[in-house]
Design a protein around this ligand. Structure first.
Ligand SMILES: Nc1ncnc2c1ncn2[C@@H]1O[C@H](COP(=O)(O)OP(=O)(O)OP(=O)(O)O)[C@@H](O)[C@H]1O
Length: 776
């Protein structure tokens, strides 16, 4: 290894990429600027398309910079081009808030497209996908690259069209849902997606790490699947303490040995025998519905139906159902008519979705803190791109209070003081409830404020863009208005399309800058320091003045949950403030434990999903052969040659081949959905069963899931042969109804954000906290 390389390795942070080669290319691009400026638009487009045959990143940078200058009125800074090159090398570019990632990403997407690849720019919501695609549209056009966007409301033809473009902007969840729907088509022409090529992920850390294990689910309404009322009745009869126990946070309920005996007596079964797994699941689900889900807190009953209240959002969640029989159990508890059951047809995690792309890259303001995970789960390196202008934000140390009440008083005082000086304040809260509590306090103090709670992305973007206006007070949960630039003094007047945007907002800016710029206040540390940094990053963009401070208390959820046994004897001053180093250490410690727990949960979920992913791949490979080839027909001809010949004689070869295809596809999809249901039950019950036998739950899970998966294809074939044999044919063709194929009458998609079965995680959580304590 050359000495230079060795030195570089010494100074470079692990997991980070060397920027030197990128800087060289950017310098080279700089020397070409005057030549490129002299090109007409048509010449520029031609020069860009010539890149399709030449690997010339410096030329790409030079042309891209000129195209951005002409179309957007923004000349990309050198550091932005460094970011572009890092993305083109398949890295995650870490660039601070407001450094212009949208533009750096668009140039990279154009670069990939000009190399002949199709790019999906994955954003976190509809609003940002559309905004970025439209904003960058003229830039792409001048470079001769086509662009499209997909949103929740896009129709299948619109989606197909958008994915046909060289570059497609879409929320990551929509791409996942399209993939799931495409997997179930019975006609290849109905697919909307094409082969995955390049994934460029915006907010890479939150998508690839925080949301990596969130399942995207495709469910289908088929039969009405009512929960048996006897389980609901039984659950109602059981007595707390005696028959079941809940944990402190009431997120987990378990039968006690006495409860298990009672259930066994009532039902007359051995609850923990493998063949009664379904009964055990039904009892657990009924108990969960009875004890943990409360009417008017977790759900409401409206028009004879159960409607969920999403805890984090405080509104009735549309089209959302609890998974895995819980919906039916709550309906049984409320003695309501059962709604069509949502059978899970397939699901995919964000991690698996991204893993399908041969080329992955991404950008975010906060990546280094998860460098290890980006390498472990995605083999990604991080390019830490320095800011264009140094950050001068003043990040104050935490202000710690003994009690939550003292903390809240201090927060309101701090906001009032900043406001009195005309300084805008952005307050980041933990959840909607906290935002609303704070808003009430501010109202009592006579302070005008705006509250955002991640309900409407477009509206919130418009509001948060004004968070830098003189004296503005904006209270926001962590997710609200993300991806929106906060300019000091407020947002500039909108400029006509195609012209340069107005410079920094007028008169208000100087006053706000003199008052210290935007002040960001955190009402408590998040469960990861990365989220803290994201909040801080909203102030001090592009070298602006700004400040940030977190208010914490020893009663914060983070502390009571993750460092419950750490006792602080520190004395508080009369206003409740605690300066003791040890007490501050507790808060930091709780956050480190929380980060460790999240990582372990990620790994654990990944381990369970890994096997399912392998099995899915096998089933999908078979499905693809059936869908696009003659595999279905051949299978039937081999299994029941006489029947095959008879049908062919009656209806003709093509009709028989088509019927065979439809039948095998149907049975494969059915068996897969059933297998997923089985795995979900298995996983739910596995902890109890493995605890009883002292086995590792994952090994126990795999030992049952593997053989079940192995028998899946054989079973689908058997069922197909049965259905094929039962077909009736006439001169009019084959009557497929005679094969009993009933595909779901409707499908819908959802994200499982709030897992109502908190049990696994909670149990794991307690174990993990103990483990981390042991390590100290
Ligand atoms: N080269 C440039 N010259 C002038 N302005 C620029 C340049 N690049 C970006 N900007 C402006 O900087 C602002 C921030 O850009 P952008 O929203 O892409 O930042 P970001 O890095 O994505 O921030 P966030 O982390 O909030 O998503 C935008 O208003 C954009 O128009």
């Amino acid at each position: 290894m050359a000495l230079r390389d060795r030195l570089r390795r010494l100074v470079q942070r692990p997991g980070s990429a060397d920027l030197a080669p990128f800087r060289k290319v950017v310098d080279e691009a700089g020397t070409r600027e005057s030549r490129v400026r002299a090109l007409t638009d048509a010449e520029l487009t031609a020069a860009a398309s010539a890149l399709r045959d030449a690997d010339d990143p410096a030329e790409l940078c030079a042309l891209g910079r000129e195209a951005a200058r002409r179309t957007l009125g923004e000349r990309p800074f050198d550091v932005q081009l460094v970011g572009t090159l890092a993305l083109l090398s398949g890295h995650v570019a870490e660039m601070a808030t407001g450094e212009g990632k949208t533009l750096a990403g668009a140039l990279a997407a154009a670069g990939y497209a000009l190399r002949g690849r199709r790019v999906h720019v994955m954003s976190v919501n509809d609003y940002l996908a559309r905004r970025d695609a439209e904003w960058m549209g003229p830039l792409y056009e001048l470079l001769g690259v086509s662009v499209g966007w997909v949103g929740q409301a896009s129709t299948p033809p619109e989606r197909r069209e958008a994915y046909r473009a060289d570059v497609t902007y879409a929320p990551v969840s929509e791409v996942g849902f399209d993939l799931l729907r495409d997997r179930l088509v019975t006609d290849p022409a109905a697919r909307v997606l094409r082969e995955p090529s390049v994934a460029l992920v915006d907010e890479a850390d939150s998508v690839l790490v925080d949301e990596a294990m969130v399942p995207l689910v495709l469910a289908g309404a088929s039969e009405i699947d009512a929960a048996e009322p006897r389980y609901a009745d039984l659950a109602r009869r059981l007595r707390p303490g005696l028959h079941y126990a809940t944990d402190d946070e009431a997120r987990n309920v378990q039968l006690t040995p006495a409860g298990a005996r009672e259930v066994e007596r009532a039902l007359g079964v051995d609850l923990y025998a493998a063949e009664h797994l379904a009964t055990l699941t039904a009892v657990n689900v009924a108990l969960h519905a009875e004890v943990l889900l409360h009417r008017d807190v977790d759900y409401i009953v409206r028009d004879g139906a159960v409607k969920l209240i999403s805890e984090s959002r405080g509104r009735v969640a549309l089209l959302q159902r609890w998974p895995d029989g819980l919906q039916a159990a709550v309906e049984a508890k409320e003695a309501l008519e059962a709604s069509p059951s949502g059978e899970i047809l397939d699901s995919i995690t964000v991690q698996e979705l991204i893993g399908r792309y041969p080329v992955r890259c991404g950008m975010t303001g906060t990546a280094m803190a998860v460098a290890g995970q980006l390498t472990e789960f995605y083999s990604l390196q991080i390019a830490v791109v320095p800011p264009n202008r140094p950050c001068v934000r003043d990040d104050e140390p935490d202000r710690l209070y003994a009690t939550a009440a003292d903390k809240e008083v201090a927060i309101v005082e701090e906001i009032a003081a900043a406001h009195a000086e005309g300084r805008p304040v952005l307050v980041g809260t933990g959840d909607v409830a906290e935002s609303e509590r704070l808003a009430r306090r501010l109202a009592r103090a006579g302070l005008d404020r705006v509250v955002l709670n991640a309900k409407n992305d477009a509206e919130e973007a418009a509001i948060i863009a004004e968070a830098g206006a003189p004296g503005a007070i904006t209270v926001s949960t962590q997710m609200a208005g993300r991806g929106t630039d906060i300019r000091l003094g407020g947002s500039p007047a909108p400029s006509a399309p195609g012209t340069a945007p107005a410079e920094e907002a007028g008169s208000g800016r100087d006053g706000v800058a003199a008052a210290g710029g935007l002040l960001v206040i955190g009402t408590g540390r998040y469960h990861s320091s990365r989220l803290d940094d994201q909040l801080r990053g909203r102030a001090g963009r592009q070298g602006d003045p700004g400040g940030s401070v977190f208010f914490t208390s020893l009663q914060d959820d983070l502390v009571t949950r993750y460092a419950p046994d750490e006792d602080s004897k520190a004395a508080a001053s009369p206003d409740g403030r605690v300066d003791d180093k040890g007490a501050h250490w507790i808060v930091g410690h709780a956050q480190r434990v929380a980060e460790g727990v999240d990582l372990e949960l990620h790994r654990n979920t990944w381990r369970y999903n890994h096997l399912i992913g392998l099995q899915r791949r096998e089933v999908l490979a078979e499905r693809e052969d059936v869908l696009t080839g003659d595999r279905g027909d051949r299978l039937m001809a081999e299994a029941v040659p006489e029947r095959h010949a008879e049908l062919t004689k009656a209806a003709g070869g093509p009709a028989v081949a088509d019927a065979a295809r439809q039948i095998v596809l149907y049975q494969l999809d059915r068996c897969w959905a059933e297998h997923l249901g089985f795995l979900a039950d298995l996983r739910e019950g596995i902890h109890l069963r493995s605890l009883g036998r002292g086995l590792d739950p994952l090994i126990e899970f795999n030992s049952e899931a593997v053989p079940a998966g192995k028998s899946l294809l054989g079973r689908a074939r058997e069922l197909s042969v049965e259905a094929f044999t039962a077909l009736t044919a006439s001169e009019d063709g084959i009557d497929l109804d005679s094969a009993g194929l009933k595909r779901p009458s409707a499908t819908w998609t959802y994200l499982v954000h709030d897992n109502p079965f908190g049990s696994l995680d909670e149990r794991a959580l307690r174990g993990l906290i103990a483990m981390f304590k042991g390590r100290r």
